[in-house]
Write a protein that binds this ligand. Structure first.
Ligand code: IPM
Ligand code: MN
Length: 368
């Protein structure tokens, strides 16, 4: 059996708590001989800043680079509000994305029937929802230069962020979206704001070209990003695969996450190009939610998004699609039994803790 090398970055806030539940499951698979995982742990975000004065150390970057997949929980918190911009917790995550060229961020939003009542929308609008946001992750306004605040004198400053995309960046994210759609319901919605942004004009043009050249069998439509935000809360089930830029993707994926009942439910995968030597895509897996400092250390966090992210690693990095199915089935099974963490409690009589939820999922896996 081949060894799957995982580099684990629990990070800050609820990160260590939810990551512990993934480690339980990975240890179970290894012990039972179902799959073999070798786990190394590192520091990212505020935890890394406290230890090394940087948002991630060079040593941990090197270890991340040597792993088959990186699992990251969450970074940030009020404790680090005052630290210099370059070493703020988020810088660690952005560096991992950028240095490993993880340009494709897949953010599925699935509404489990058992949770449809936890959504802020009516049950019939979200029950059975299954869409994926494909967010461009290494370009756009997050990384464009110049990015600065300039002193203008007389108490005035000018802040600049730069939204910039080149053809190849749009093409490669488009390709990921079309290929994914072929395995799903065969529909891509591309989103930008070509009515006000040049980057949107190019984005739309490149998507249309790519579609014509390589993916004419897939249905493609276009929606302005503001309208898409509106449609996501109006009639979310119309979407299959949504492809959009870094900033719009950040916002729209939070909206999509909430449709499913809780931000604590959604996993994500960030993928790079296929390596010439390895034949694998470099990849980082993380929940969509943040570090939730307000509930950290209390056993209240929902570990499902983190466990689901591990499931995505099984599927996309380790070629263990059957095992990924098993993990997803175990999550659905636990929810169907009415087990709930606090964030998805709804009308349930009581909620269970982070580790109880992890144990319940593990128990489902044992019998499956
Ligand atoms: C996300 C987060 C990050 C982002 C932050 C933590 C830098 O919100 O992954 O969606 O904005 O990309
Ligand atoms: Mn976000």
């Amino acid at each position: 059996m081949s060894t799957n090398k995982l580099f684990v970055l629990p990070g800050d806030g609820i990160g260590p708590e939810v990551m512990a539940e993934v480690e339980k499951i990975a240890a179970f698979f290894t012990k039972e001989g179902i799959a073999h995982f070798e786990i190394e742990r590192g520091l990212v975000g505020g935890a890394a800043y406290d230890a090394h004065g940087k948002a991630i150390s060079e040593a941990d970057m090197a270890r991340a680079g040597a792993a088959d997949a990186i699992l990251l929980a969450a970074v940030g918190g009020p404790k680090w509000d005052g630290v210099p911009y370059d070493v703020r917790p988020e810088a660690g995550l952005l560096r991992l994305r950028k240095d490993f060229n993880l340009f494709a961020n897949l953010r599925p939003a699935i509404c489990y029937p058992a949770l449809a009542d936890a959504s802020s929308l009516k049950r019939e609008l979200v029950d059975g929802l299954d869409l994926v946001i494909v967010r461009e992750l290494t370009g756009g306004v997050y990384f464009g230069e110049p990015k600065e605040i300039v002193e203008l004198g007389k108490g005035q400053k000018r802040a600049i962020d730069t939204q910039v995309y080149e053809t190849y960046e749009i093409e490669r994210i488009g390709r990921i979206a079309f290929e994914l759609a072929r395995k799903r319901r065969n529909k891509v919605t591309s989103s930008e704001k070509h009515n006000v942004m040049k980057s949107g004009v190019l984005w739309r043009e490149v998507m249309i070209d790519l579609h014509k050249r390589e993916f004419a069998d897939v249905e493609l439509d276009h929606m302005l990003a503001d309208a898409l935000g509106m449609q996501l809360v109006r009639r979310p089930k119309q979407f299959d695969v949504i492809v959009t830029d870094n900033l719009f993707g950040d916002m729209l994926s939070d909206v999509a996450a909430m449709l499913t009942g809780s931000l604590g439910m959604l996993p994500s995968a960030s993928l790079g190009e296929v390596g010439a030597k390895t034949g694998r895509r470099r990849a980082l897996y993380e929940p969509v939610h943040g570090s939730a400092p307000d509930i950290a250390g209390k056993g209240l966090a929902n570990p499902i998004a983190m466990i689901g992210s591990f499931g995505m690693a099984l599927r996309y990095s380790f070629g263990l699609g059957d095992l990924a199915d098993r993990v997803e089935k175990a999550i659905a099974g636990v929810l169907a039994k009415g087990l709930r963490t606090a964030d998805i409690k709804g009308d349930a009589a009581k909620s269970i803790s982070t580790s109880e939820m992890g144990d319940a999922i593990l128990a489902e896996l044992r019998v499956a």
